[in-house]
Design a protein around this ligand. Structure first.
Ligand code: 13P
Ligand code: SF4
Length: 300
């Protein structure tokens, strides 16, 4: 069976759209109606005109789409596609931090579960973390769960940042040695790094950007060569949009994002299975935090 043709047919019959994160495998990107970063996908989830969203990414992204559009059915092709960093902070930890710091605002990275978002004043993504924190009236900000993103924000604000010790196992392994080695081989290449990387690596960046920010930067740049410090799948997205430019990856693979494949997209859509549900009360509170973030816009 030609899976791509069959998925296309099913999309029409079922009035479904496929949203895919930039780290998805090329076959999945091929069938996607929209490809983007976490901010783009949250925005698109809200706007999309369809009965079914097949969300090719990890579970927090599908949950965000469901929270924004509760009347649509959201399917996640692999229910095992769970961001390990999002599992590094729970509601009890956020409540404890709120008790310890009652005057602090709570900013949750979009890489969190719905119930953590529901405990938050506002969400952020890699595209707007600094501006969201700086926009808050509070002097103190609890920022969960990524210690590297929080350190990056802390370096660009006067606010006191309280952060637990979560991390992305892919980005935290992008170390200065790898960037140095790539730069030694490709001296003209610009270094684009994701803010989930450690501070010592970010110190080497020409630009610190979300994944969609990297794509926009590459498309607008006169430069032809780039060292890319994020999950390796980003290279496929950059290469298909800028086929004449050269990209040198220094990031590894996110196993969880790669749990989605063409067969699973087909099965999810064909059987309408792996539907995502979010508790109504949790969704109502989380909606406010996500909406505030969307209203603030992106700043990368
Ligand atoms: P963005 O694509 O939003 O920059 O996030 C990267 C990421 O790690 C998502 O899981
Ligand atoms: Fe989570 Fe990192 Fe994978 Fe993104 S790349 S889904 S932050 S583990």
């Amino acid at each position: 069976m030609d899976l791509k043709a069959e998925i296309s047919r099913l999309k029409k019959v079922k009035n479904a759209v496929i949203l895919a994160h930039n780290y998805q495998v090329p076959d999945v990107l091929d069938v996607a109606d929209f490809i983007g970063d976490s901010f783009n996908l949250a925005e698109r989830g809200l706007e999309v005109d369809a009965d079914i969203i097949v969300f090719c990414g990890v579970s927090f992204m599908a949950e965000t789409a469901k929270i924004l559009t509760p009347h649509k059915r959201v399917l996640l092709p692999s229910l095992a596609a769970i961001c390990p960093m999002a599992a590094m902070v729970d509601v009890a930890t956020v409540r404890f931090l709120k008790k310890e710091h009652p005057d602090a605002a709570v900013v949750s990275y979009v890489n969190t579960t719905a119930d953590v978002k529901a405990e938050s004043d506002i969400c952020c993504t890699s595209a707007n973390a600094i501006s969201i924190v700086n926009s808050l009236p509070n002097k103190k900000v609890i920022m969960v769960p990524d210690k590297h993103l929080s350190a990056y924000v802390a370096a660009h604000t006067d606010k006191e940042i309280i952060a637990p010790k979560g991390f992305c196992y892919v980005h935290s392994k992008i170390l200065p040695a790898a960037v140095n080695a790539a730069k030694a081989e490709h001296s003209n290449a610009e270094i684009l790094l994701h803010p989930e990387c450690p501070a010592e690596t970010l110190a080497m960046a020409d630009q610190i950007l979300s994944t969609a920010g990297m794509l926009r930067y590459v498309m607008d740049s006169d430069n032809d060569e780039f060292i890319i410090g994020t999950e390796e799948g980003m290279i496929d997205v950059l290469q298909r949009n800028a086929p004449t430019k050269k990209f040198y990856p220094v990031g590894g693979v996110c196993v969880q994002q790669k749990k989605v494949n063409l067969e699973r997209v087909y099965d999810a859509l064909n059987e309408e299975k792996n539907e995502i549900f979010v508790d109504e009360e949790v969704a109502r509170k989380a909606f406010d935090a996500i909406q505030r973030m969307l209203k603030a816009g992106r700043h990368d």
